[in-house]
Write a protein that binds this ligand. Structure first.
Ligand SMILES: Cc1cc2nc3c(=O)[nH]c(=O)nc-3n(C[C@H](O)[C@H](O)[C@H](O)COP(=O)(O)OP(=O)(O)OC[C@H]3O[C@@H](n4cnc5c(N)ncnc54)[C@H](O)[C@@H]3O)c2cc1C
Length: 365
């Protein structure tokens, strides 16, 4: 591998930046990481995310292609996680979709869209006894559920911690925190690489922009979509599945974490406002939570958090070639759902294997 070793500069250390750096290092390449974020990753959307990997339920509310990309990632995540030194919580028991009596019309619409978008085998309607068998605490509140078997969620904070350690300890990786980088040009890259790594920018085989929302000046059409989540610890609730609650305003989902912790997300607001959770959103999230199971009444709120999802006009991811390298962006609500599939394609582009790309129509390379 040594003679094939390439040198990359990765800008941005959120979900995509750190996953990509990790995969490049595993392939034997040298990586410099530059980001305004701290090493914990607390300035990234991926740190706040619920980290649901929901190819089917997301395709229903967006487009069929989401399922194809998502299923590719769903197959890759267990392999990727197996390469880490600790077991990251990865629950692939599927998603149960429920609705309160007042939202049954919306539930019927969701079911019709599922029938239109998916194949019959992708989901099933569970009547009360079947629901009680699968998730008895949910059956205390709901008579029916739609069950989508091929869905998962993971503990993103643990994943972030392990990747931080990996990048820090790897001999071929240097990682520097920097001030906000507004624009990436040949000139700014030359300056930044000298300043932070004492490196000539011409030594890099490519620079890869993973700044998410921070890349707006360089990526036409990129916008931010605000999302608010709450994290709770609920000793009285023991869900083994992800739960999606049909709601007229937002796609509410409850993503389990180890030790009876849950992430409830998320609002979807067309805005780049990063100010704290609003009272209205907080109330909506918490009443949705309490309505799913009364055991959440005694839950403890661990965190209320906000970030913005980086999105293109079509809400689909993109890879673009520039004069200095590549931009990878637009993961919107689907960073975890899409990352392994799209990063795999980017790695093939970097290796000159363009003919093997899976999702070429989203790229301009
Ligand atoms: C509330 C919420 C819930 C979500 N839930 C899910 C979910 O359940 N499933 C799912 O698949 N996806 C989910 N997502 C989406 C997912 O988090 C994003 O798609 C993903 O994080 C995008 O990854 P990214 O690396 O492009 O951006 P980010 O993760 O935001 O990382 C960008 C990085 O670049 C750095 N940076 C930014 N600007 C600059 C700059 N100018 N100069 C230097 N550094 C910069 C940042 O500090 C950060 O480290 C959710 C997102 C939110 C906000």
């Amino acid at each position: 591998m040594k003679q094939d070793r390439k040198h990359y500069l990765i800008v941005g250390s959120g979900l995509i930046g750190r996953l990509l750096s990790w995969r490049l290092l595993l392939s034997g390449h040298t990586v410099d990481v530059l980001s305004r974020d701290d090493q914990q990753g607390s300035d990234s959307a991926g740190f706040v995310a619920a980290a649901m990997i929901s190819p089917a339920t997301e395709a229903i509310t967006t487009e069929a292609m989401v399922q194809q990309i998502g299923m590719k990632s769903l197959a890759l995540w267990p392999q990727w996680l197996a390469a880490l030194p600790e077991t990251v919580f990865y629950q692939n028991n599927g998603t149960l979709v429920v609705a309160h009596a007042g939202d049954q019309a919306e539930m019927q619409r969701f079911k019709r869209r599922a029938e239109h978008t998916l194949v019959a085998d992708d989901f099933e309607l569970l009547e009360h006894t079947q629901l009680a068998d699968k998730e008895h605490q949910l059956a205390e509140q709901f008579d029916q559920a739609l069950f989508f078997k091929d869905e998962a969620c993971l503990d993103n904070r643990h994943l972030y911690r392990l990747l931080t350690t990996f990048l820090n300890e790897h001999d071929l990786c240097r990682w520097q925190q920097c001030a906000e980088i507004d624009q990436l040009t040949v000139a700014t890259i030359a300056l930044l690489s000298q300043q932070h790594f004492n490196q000539n920018s011409t030594d890099y085989d490519a620079v890869i922009d993973c700044r998410g929302n921070g890349a707006k000046q360089d990526l036409a059409g990129l916008r931010s979509v605000r999302g608010e989540v709450i994290r709770v610890k609920a000793p009285e609730v023991n869900f083994k599945h992800a739960v999606r609650l049909i709601h007229p305003r937002y796609p509410f989902y409850l993503a389990p974490r180890p030790n009876n912790e849950y992430v409830l997300g998320a609002t979807v607001i067309e805005s780049d406002d990063m100010s704290p959770v609003s009272v209205r959103s907080g109330m909506e999230l918490m009443s949705a939570l309490y309505s799913v199971h009364k055991g959440f009444a005694e839950a403890r709120i661990l965190e209320m958090a906000v970030h913005c999802r980086p999105a293109m006009v079509d809400n689909m991811p993109t890879i673009k070639r520039t004069e200095w390298g590549f931009q990878i962006n637009g993961f919107y609500r689907h960073g975890y759902l899409f990352a392994p599939a799209i990063i795999t394609d980017l790695l093939m582009i970097l290796e000159g294997q363009q003919e093997q790309l899976n999702f070429r129509k989203f790229y301009n390379v």
